[in-house]
Design a protein around this ligand. Structure first.
Ligand code: GTP
Ligand code: MG
Length: 304
């Protein structure tokens, strides 16, 4: 939910497509009433509703909230971070929605997306200050609700997938275990990243090397998206690769497919390449491959 023009339909389009969505987003027109679709995650079917945000629709939802909002498991609330003039209007709408949930005692986890936080704005003092103020104002709802904040932009698909994945992870108690395991594993190896994705690119867990630059995360994620496509089209269960960051630092990695019935997951593992001794790197990747059963076991616990 969110005001008209906040970017809700753009976000859903980006999540669904993951690449090559720019043209489709440029052509979007305001959503009429509610656009519904569904997707599967961890074998469960989710109904997703994109609430058109124009005034007349908002009024209708708030007039009959029991008809539209009852049974919600998770709310993503999108705020156009660039549209300062509408911050207050946007909070007022959110407040009415939360009021309904509170009256119904439906304690839905709330993900608030400060959207259109485009790359050139990351270091912009003014917008950062305004977002911070808004976050402070919104904490007053955190007595009643679990509220999580995200900065997103369609120019950084990872920012959107992170927000979406984090939201979904609230609904699966055991999902934390994945990141915990990855952080354990990282202690033993010189890892840059370990991550587990479902077939649609939703993250079940990840662990990055501390201080990994945003640019490097993006390099990895974009590479992953391309390679995962290749794994699928070539029907592989394993793919090893090697590449370098803009800084020139080299990395080696693997993508391993873990299957459970008709559910597939993708383990992405990336380590610093030991250029003076490539054997070391290879041994390390082999050890990771050998840990496959442990990983499968963990996923089984989560999806059961
Ligand atoms: N700069 C920038 N523009 C964006 C971003 N995301 C979406 N937009 C633009 O914002 C406009 C509105 O996007 P929509 O996704 O249609 O907005 P909506 O929230 O679905 O609007 P309603 O359907 O009317 O509720 C479009 O012109 C998009 O191109 C972003 O991250 N950055
Ligand atoms: Mg829309």
């Amino acid at each position: 939910m969110g005001l008209d023009n906040a970017g809700k339909t753009s976000i859903i389009t980006a999540i669904t497509k993951r690449f090559g969505f720019e043209e489709e987003i440029a052509r979007l027109t305001p959503t009429r009433r509610i656009a519904r679709d569904s997707f599967r995650f961890l074998g469960i079917e989710f109904n997703r509703m994109d609430f058109g945000g124009q005034r007349q629709y908002r009024e209708e939802y708030l007039k009959h909230p029991e008809k539209y909002l009852m049974g919600t498991d998770l709310l993503f609330y999108v705020i156009d971070a660039q549209d300062f003039n509408r911050y207050i209007e946007s909070i007022d709408y959110l407040e009415e929605v939360l009021l309904f949930f509170k009256e119904e005692q439906e304690y839905v986890p709330i993900c608030i997306l400060f959207h259109k936080f485009d790359p050139q704005l990351v270091n912009d003092k003014d917008i950062n200050k305004r977002i911070l103020t808004l976050k402070q104002a919104l904490t007053r709802y955190s007595n009643d609700f679990d509220i999580f904040f995200f900065e997103t932009t369609i120019f950084d698909i990872k920012s959107i997938m992170d927000a979406f994945s984090s939201g979904l992870s609230m609904l699966f108690e055991k999902m934390e275990m994945v990141s915990q395991l990855f952080s354990q594993i990282s202690k033993n190896y010189n890892t840059i990243l370990i991550a587990l994705f479902d077939a649609k690119g939703i993250t079940l867990g990840e662990h990055f090397r501390p201080h990994l630059q945003l640019q490097e995360k993006l390099t990895i994620y974009e590479k992953y998206i391309v390679l995962q496509k290749r794994v699928v089209s070539e029907n592989r269960t394993l793919l090893e690769f090697s590449d370098k960051f803009h800084s020139g630092e080299r990395f080696s990695g693997l993508i391993e497919v873990l299957s459970f019935g008709n559910l597939e997951f993708y383990l992405l593992f990336i380590v610093e390449e030991d250029e003076s001794n490539l054997e070391n790197t290879i041994t390390l990747l082999d050890r990771i491959e050998a840990a496959k059963p442990q990983m499968e076991n963990l996923i089984l616990q989560i999806i059961q």
